[in-house]
Ligand binder design. Structure first.
Ligand code: HEM
Length: 206
């Protein structure tokens, strides 16, 4: 299985027609590029961010005011997170409009849907990290909405065991945001690409 996955990620041949950008606008590829920019800028932000309620906001202020290129780095991270969500919405729309969710691509539709959910959750967990007023109130609103869903209060109790922005909840959002969710997204993306190849590329099927 692993050998097959690697073989499909780097195929010997790609049909010329599959590279026509007017068909897909490479929206999935652009979404993956945003994910890579997010990963690299996020890794650099880790050198300054401090995941504790008393120091988190101050560490962001220090990054913006005193670190060379710090404000630019933070803006790039934020901008690429917005780009990822917009591109994911457009990529999903393209898949729906071209009927690419149908047999034999239903498995990739499910994987894609999981990626969409993880992408939204990734953006939500990142929102709390700067620990400013906007972050606290937006996270509070999200948690209230979650609590009214079936099973939502259990998830809320796991994510926020001690109140929004307190030590343990900030640590949980941080662990999800910097490790668990991005690694899951990268792993699922490779599975997604593998399935595209397994389904013999994108064209012709319209
Ligand atoms: C981080 C998230 C995602 C990445 C990086 C990604 C990447 C890609 C790439 C590179 C392709 C090849 C064609 C193209 O560029 O359009 C593709 C195809 C596909 N994607 Fe995604 N995708 C993501 C999320 C999604 C979502 C949210 C859905 C739908 C719910 C989805 C469903 C599909 C399907 C069904 C195909 C096969 C389309 C075909 O064969 O024409 N993907 N994806």
């Amino acid at each position: 299985m692993l050998k097959e996955l690697v073989k499909h990620l780097f195929p010997r041949l790609v049909r010329e027609g599959d590279l026509r950008t007017t068909y897909t606008f490479c929206l999935g590829g652009l979404a993956f590029t945003s994910l890579l920019v997010l990963t690299v800028t996020g890794l650099l932000l880790l050198f300054y961010y401090s995941p504790a309620p008393q120091t988190a906001h101050a560490s962001i202020q220090f990054l913006e005011a005193s670190v060379w290129g710090g404000a630019y780095l933070r803006s790039l991270h934020r901008l690429s997170s917005h780009a990822l969500l917009v591109l994911l919405a457009l990529h999903t729309l393209r898949v729906v409009l071209t009927g690419a969710y149908r047999h034999p691509r239903q498995m990739n539709w499910i994987i894609g849907f999981a990626l969409l959910g993880l992408g939204l959750f990734e953006a939500y967990t990142g929102y709390l990290l700067p620990m400013d007023q906007l972050a606290l109130w937006a996270t509070q609103t999200g948690m209230e909405l979650l609590a009214i869903l079936p099973g939502g209060s259990l998830l809320r109790a796991f994510l926020v065991p001690d109140g929004i922005g307190r030590g343990l909840s900030l640590l949980r959002f941080y662990a999800l945001h910097i490790a668990i969710l991005p690694l899951s997204m990268l792993a699922l993306s490779f599975l997604h690409f593998y399935r595209v190849r397994k389904n013999k590329g994108l064209l012709p099927y319209l």
